[in-house]
Design a protein. Structure first.
Length: 454
């Protein structure tokens, strides 16, 4: 490992004590530190998973001479030579070792090709195309949940392979699957490249579906469009994208109504309301926010907590967020205490559902609402409540550039420190936040952080 590579050195430091061979640690750390996911937490996740795969192969080395050689080469840092020994494997335990070696070599393209060949040989019910779709979503979900860059990239390569081979009716599914992969990866990576690719793919998939012949599929394709435009619009404060999201969600509601499809109607109405409230805050349009609040009141009349607890909690949290936006636009702090109560009611439900991402997002927004209360009413408990919420958001997990808003919660804690007059603590928190947010120079969150540091 070059001495002048501080990023790799820091990754090895954060790995901590390990029994893994140093040459392998150095080779993997350098690769992940400079890889396609620049966030240090994701790099650490990838490093740990690859080392675990190598340890598993080494633990089985006593069973097979080839595995002994593979383990020795991995230990020396020669991962390519180890992979070559497993080329052409047709039986266990070498087949499983070859799959692990793809991770050790950080070779998602090779892993995808290997998985597809195994599916072809297995001739699964429903065909290889359907089985590949199922597998890629399994890997995408696992990668998203664990913050594992390898599984996310494996899903992407599987989706690319599907897209290249798709014909006729398979094309729309392939476009949607590839779009979903780009959307998830785009949430973990800085910049707009993957998100814009997802938008293009969802647009193409939507055009391929005839509303008159497949109204539900058309509606779902419009919901995908709404979701990606919302994500881009919120992340980059792009009003044009938010307007596109509103249009797409409104299209969904042309198909789903509260009588025939109550859950789909409720979720799409809540999503549109969230975008309307965000756009209203961005443009200073209180009437638009009030429209969003009215829509959310209607949603909560239709949704029953006991039947759909997660959807109910999401709608309540969205309503609370809209109230905060209204308070910010009008300068009237009255809605803030109601918003805090609604966030707390929603959190009480989410806490029992094992949904850390949703809880982290909720707690982050609760912290911002409590901060608004502290600024409007300095004698209130807003600052203390904000600190508690941001700390809870951080404890729920880290997923930078996405819904966990980890670095933004650090910025929130810095705001609390500034309210209390603790400049040194604020500077420390802002420096830590900026180190993450700077990975995406165009993000609105970085601008907020820089404004506070100025």
């Amino acid at each position: 490992m070059p001495a002048e590579d501080p990023v790799t050195a820091d990754l090895i430091r954060r790995l901590g004590a390990t029994d893994a061979p140093l040459p392998l640690v150095q080779a993997l750390a350098q690769e992940f530190a400079t890889g396609r996911f620049p966030d240090p937490e994701l790099a650490l996740n990838g490093l740990r998973a690859a080392l675990a795969a190598a340890a598993e192969t080494a633990a089985l080395a006593g069973e097979n001479e080839t595995l002994r050689q593979v383990a020795a080469l991995n230990a020396a840092g020669d991962r390519a030579a180890a992979a070559a020994l497993l080329d052409g494997a047709t039986e266990e335990p070498l087949l499983a070792a070859a799959a692990r070696q793809d991770r050790i070599c950080n070779a998602p393209e090779q892993a995808a090709a290997r998985q597809i060949e195994r599916l072809k040989a297995a001739a699964p019910a429903g065909g290889v195309f359907r089985a590949t779709v199922d597998l890629l979503y399994e890997k995408l979900a696992a990668g998203e949940k664990a913050g594992d860059p390898f599984d996310m990239l494996l899903a992407l390569e599987l989706a690319k392979a599907l897209y290249k081979r798709a014909k006729g009716g398979e094309l729309g599914q392939a476009q949607t699957s590839l779009g979903n992969c780009h959307q998830i990866i785009g949430q973990f990576r800085p910049g707009r490249k993957h998100l814009d690719l997802a938008a293009e793919l969802f647009t193409a998939a939507a055009k391929a579906v005839a509303r008159t012949k497949q109204p539900e599929n058309w509606a779902f394709s419009q919901h995908n469009l709404g979701g990606i435009h919302e994500l881009i619009g919120l992340r980059h404060r792009d009003a044009a994208m938010l307007k596109k999201a509103i249009k797409a969600y409104s299209a969904v509601l042309e198909v789903f109504n509260s009588q025939g499809s109550p859950l789909e109607w409720a979720n799409s109405t809540a999503a549109r309301a969230n975008v309307r409230a965000a756009l209203g805050r961005m443009t200073g349009d209180a009437a638009l926010i009030e429209t969003a609040i009215a829509d959310l009141d209607a949603v909560l009349e239709a949704l029953k907590q006991e039947d759909h607890p997660a959807d109910w909690a999401s709608a309540v949290a969205t309503l609370a967020l809209a109230r905060r936006h209204l308070a910010e636009v009008t300068g009237d702090a009255t809605p803030l205490r109601t918003a805090i109560e609604e966030f707390e009611a929603a959190d009480a439900v989410l806490a029992g559902l094992e949904t850390p991402a949703e809880r982290a997002r909720l707690q982050h927004n609760l912290g911002l609402t409590a901060l608004a209360l502290a600024r409007a009413l300095p004698a209130s408990d807003g600052a203390a409540r904000a600190q508690q919420a941001f700390e809870t958001a951080l404890a729920c997990g880290r997923r930078d550039h996405a819904d966990y808003r980890w670095a933004e919660s650090l910025t929130g804690l810095a705001r609390v420190a500034l309210i209390r007059g603790d400049q040194a603590e604020a500077d420390r928190l802002l420096a830590e936040a900026r180190a993450v947010l700077a990975l995406d120079p165009a993000s609105a969150a970085l601008k907020d952080c820089e404004d506070l540091r100025a």
